[in-house]
Design a protein around this ligand. Structure first.
Ligand code: GDP
Ligand code: IMO
Ligand code: MG
Length: 422
């Protein structure tokens, strides 16, 4: 028993939801630690697809306690909708789902501010998920934010709301029209939900650790979207790696025993920002359709690229990844060609480290090696059934990552997994 962090090692949508669902077969507690409703985590059970934006994927397993930690930015409307949708599907959240009093709340003005900031960026727009994530985190760090605990404290809420409204009064020549009464009404609308679902999540975690329970930290987004280590400024506004998970759950980093890195067998990216290994058309569209690469939150088509081992090595190194969960190996089955990026060529020099400057990734040319391909993985049930090309590819990934294999996913369904016997 112990604490396992599950993080995406690319640009998000690696299949974290499915991996968390699988790993939490034996878990007691699952925690969402950072990000907000920008996440879309898909789990397919007996043909029914669940897409969770805020509630931890553990909610789909009976008896698992789910926590939304202090590092999340909470969209109250999305949470309310998600709780109702799960109830309609016969999944009980009450008594199992707890939100930290320290969690910051996304207000309608955050979405408005995001639209204005995107407009001001013009051609350099980020193409965000429009969930108010950046402005909510900005207010948190400017010490203007409204937290769940504030909404539950009528004595001080008014004063805090007044301070936010004042801060938004005519910024950058834009009249936001944030109205004190409207913000208060918005907070009051969701007060009963927060009364029912908030708790001292630090206490729940401490008790779980003392009781030798199995705890999973569910990362959202991917490490290359990390605010510090990703392709800045084309990133999200939180620390998406293991550091962000420890802080956002409210745990000592040393409490984390294991770090599972979720790696898609190719790379995808949605929204603006460089991805050097973009696959040429028409093959890119073939992979997009086969892998159903459309955003789980916004429906946007995801750009698809060849595996990038420079980026993988970087993500593994900075997160102390201890094992890899490799997803979508089935999607690459049946291709005539598989290129794997092992270095970048930049102004005539070969570079095998991930750069700080995103512009480098725009200008560099990936240096590929050709990897053997394999046929469809329909009849595969264990690692020993994998065709030679797939085995060679998995070994290449593990060698780059410098760690062991946790599991391989070969389809969206819960059972479509190859577990590794140890
Ligand atoms: P997340 O944000 O990391 O949880 O990933 P998403 O849910 O946004 O995107 C992953 C997509 O791939 C979802 O539609 C999953 O149902 C699907 N998926 C997950 N693992 C596999 C796999 O091994 N094979 C295939 N074909 N689809 C998968
Ligand atoms: P999951 O958890 C893929 C991307 C957006 C945009 C950038 C900033 O499902 O893997 P934001 O709204 O966060 O300010 O947008 O980050 N992005 C994601 N891409 N998967 C996600 O989450 C993402 N969350 C944000 O497309 O490029
Ligand atoms: Mg997703």
């Amino acid at each position: 028993m112990g604490v396992t962090a599950v993080i995406g090692l690319q640009w998000g949508d690696e299949g974290k939801g499915k991996i968390v669902d699988s790993l939490c077969e034996h878990a007691d507690v699952v925690v969402r630690c950072q990000g907000g409703a920008n996440a879309g985590h898909t789990i397919v059970i007996d043909g029914t697809e669940f897409v969770l934006h805020l509630i931890p994927s553990g909610i789909l397993r009976d008896g698992v306690t789910c926590l939304i930690g202090n590092g999340v930015v909470l969209d109250l409307e999305v949470l309310d909708k998600e709780i109702k949708e799960l109830a309609e599907a016969g999944i009980e959240t009450s008594g199992r789902l707890w939100v930290s009093h320290r969690t910051h709340v996304v207000l309608p003005v955050h979405k408005q501010a995001e639209a204005v900031r995107e407009e001001l960026r013009g051609d350099r727009k980020l193409d965000t998920t429009k969930r108010g994530i950046g402005p909510c985190y900005s207010d948190k760090f400017s010490r203007l934010g409204i937290r769940v605990g504030d909404i539950l404290n009528p004595r001080t809420l008014g004063e805090k709301v007044r301070t936010v409204c004042a801060a938004y009064h005519e910024v950058q020549g834009v009249e936001y029209g944030v109205d004190y009464d409207q913000v208060m009404e918005y907070c009051r609308k969701y007060t009963p939900m927060l009364e029912a679902f908030s708790a001292d999540t630090l206490g729940v975690l401490a008790e779980s650790i003392a009781g030798d329970k199995e705890i999973l930290l569910e990362g959202s987004q991917g490490f290359l979207l990390d605010i510090d280590h990703g392709t800045y400024p084309f990133v999200t506004s939180s620390n998406t790696g293991v550091h962000g998970l420890a802080c956002g759950a409210g745990l000592a980093p040393s409490a984390i025993d294991k770090v599972v890195g979720v790696v898609k067998s190719y790379v995808t990216r949605v929204g603006e920002g460089p991805m050097p290994t973009l696959i040429d058309e028409p093959l890119q569209s073939v992979i997009r359709e086969k892998g159903r690469e459309y955003g789980a939150t916004t429906g946007r088509p995801r750009r698809c690229g060849w595996p990038d081992l420079v980026a993988l090595k970087y993500s593994c190194m900075l997160n102390g990844v201890t094992s890899i969960a490799l997803t979508k190996l089935d999607t690459l089955g049946g291709l005539d060609e598989l290129d794997v990026c092992v270095a970048y060529e930049y102004h005539g020099s070969l570079v095998d480290t991930f750069p700080a400057d995103s512009e480098f990734l725009v200008d560099c040319v990936p240096r590929y090696v050709t990897s053997a391909t394999w046929s469809e993985l329909d009849d595969v049930t264990g690692v020993h059934d994998l065709p030679p090309g797939a085995t060679e590819y998995v070994e290449r990934i593990l060698k780059t990552a410098g760690c062991e294999l946790e599991l391989i996913s070969i389809g969206p369904g819960r059972g479509e997994l190859i577990k590794v016997e140890r």
